[in-house]
Design a binder for this molecule. Structure first.
Ligand code: FE2
Ligand code: FE2
Length: 367
């Protein structure tokens, strides 16, 4: 089964078709049509997350029809990207189509197109979250805005505002306290910014873990904030490595692993980061037997916060859906963690499992 997000492309230009295929097909499932009517029929049968209309000339028949059909298909919420040659101005305006839309003139940088598609998918998810009950929708809306703010700060060379990150986590803590974690973990997956999705899931799971251990107040806030910002270093990892659909090469792994050092540097430059959040960010890939990175810390060098974050980070990654893999069922994820004897704290893992799956045999053992 193909888990890639689906994009429909309408173009009559073979060179541009090749560009769309080359740029997008590693990350998305593409269907290419020459004619808008066939494309819309296909879209009614199988809704697409984004439709790309490549204009031949100024405002051609395809675009007129797109406006008409996109309004009919509004409930399925396709987002639109319109592309055209260098000097062509777009005559479609946002109000006409009532769906998220972006406009690009060729030559288009592959990264700009990928970012655009990502933004449209993300915006749609955020729109759906606004319709969820407030207890679930608000933590998602606040943390995604916060994450965007962190991305902008990094891009502008400004320090990360960790107090603001902590504030955005307060509704998340409330939601977990009232049993909303399963809804949060599920709803956040519709967003297309994987680093945000993973970070929000780790924040939710760490909060749940802390809550189950009886932590309260500032201790819980450190866990959720630490979870939300633990991978900020990935915001400077090159896209082609971060979102590579296949396995990383020997040369690519060190670049990927470097995200931990980058997270530590970025958060270290912030005046208001807590010691606990910094430990979560800098030690979540360490292992008790010294086989982790970046420092190969061992045994007691890893405190409880670090040990909790290692478990939750792996569990989160295994149960995340990626473009190239479905999410693993939670039992399979726990099985993998249990096989990591010596690498992760198995006693803490039992506790986490009992908290995550209440009523399990493990819970009785722990009790
Ligand atoms: Fe990480
Ligand atoms: Fe992570």
């Amino acid at each position: 089964m193909n888990h890639l997000p689906k994009i429909l492309v309408v173009t009559q230009n073979p060179q541009r078709q090749a560009f769309f295929e080359q740029t997008l097909s590693p990350y998305f499932e593409l269907a290419v049509f020459r004619d808008i009517e066939q494309a819309m029929e296909e879209c009614a049968r199988l809704p697409r997350q984004v439709i790309i209309i490549d204009q031949n000339g100024r405002r051609d028949r395809n675009c007129d029809l797109f406006v008409e059909y996109s309004n009919q298909l509004r409930d399925k919420s396709p987002g639109l990207i319109a592309t055209a040659g260098q000097d062509i101005s777009f005559d479609i305006d946002q109000q006409e189509i009532e769906v998220p839309a972006l406009f690009f003139n060729f030559p288009i940088l592959p990264k700009a197109l990928l970012d655009g598609v990502s933004r449209i998918i993300g915006e749609k998810a955020e729109h759906v979250w606004k319709e969820l009950p407030e207890a679930i929708g608000r933590p998602l809306t606040l943390t995604v805005e916060e994450y965007q703010g962190i991305s902008d700060a990094i891009a502008n060379g400004e320090p990360i505002d960790c107090n603001s990150a902590a504030e955005s986590c307060t509704p998340l803590i409330d939601a977990v306290g009232t049993g909303g974690h399963h809804d949060l973990l599920k709803a956040v997956q519709s967003h297309h910014n994987y680093t945000y999705v993973h970070s929000m899931r780790v924040a939710t799971l760490l909060t749940l873990f802390g809550h189950g251990l009886g932590m309260k107040g500032d201790d819980l806030l450190i866990l959720s904030t630490g979870g939300l910002i633990h991978d900020v270093g990935k915001l400077v990892t090159p896209e082609q490595i971060l979102n590579k659909p296949g396995k990383l090469t020997e040369d690519e792994w060190p670049v990927m692993r470097d995200h931990v050092t980058r997270s530590t540097e970025l958060l270290g430059a912030s005046t208001d980061v807590t010691k606990g959040a910094l430990i979560i960010a800098s030690q979540h890939h360490e292992k008790i037997d010294g086989s982790g990175y970046p420092h190969g810390l061992k045994g007691k060098e890893l405190n409880e916060l670090a040990r909790m974050s290692v478990i939750v980070d792996i569990f989160g990654a295994l149960t995340d859906a990626r473009s190239y893999k479905p999410s693993f069922p939670q039992e399979k994820a726990f099985g993998i963690l249990e096989s990591m004897q010596g690498q992760i704290d198995q006693d803490l893992l039992k506790v986490f499992r009992a908290i995550f799956v209440p009523g399990s045999d493990v819970e009785k053992q722990v009790a």
